[in-house]
Design a protein. Sequence first.
Length: 118
Amino acid sequence: MSTTNFYFGSLRYDHTGRKRKNHAANPVRKKRKEFKPLKIDPVKQQKALEAQERREQERKDFLDRLSKMKSDITAKKESMQYTGERKLVGIATMHKSNAVPIFESDKEHAKDIAKMRR
């Protein structure tokens, strides 16, 4: 019975029968060290406060400059428009999924692709 160890057994084994680690059976616990508050150096504290104020001022300056910036700084890209210089006849597949455009001015290229071995 596994419950026998739980009620009558030693502290070296847990309720499932597995052996515990040695520190679990040790009734003597180490005393914890008392917490001692750190002494704060007033010079370092003053420098830290000054650095924090400087960072906060830089952050405010950055946000001010960001809000004053114009939103249309860059030039707008020209919209793409078909001019009609080349007429697309179709799309050929050379190898697997390699799609190649076929234009009206280059019909020989379409015939070459059609004659290729697949």
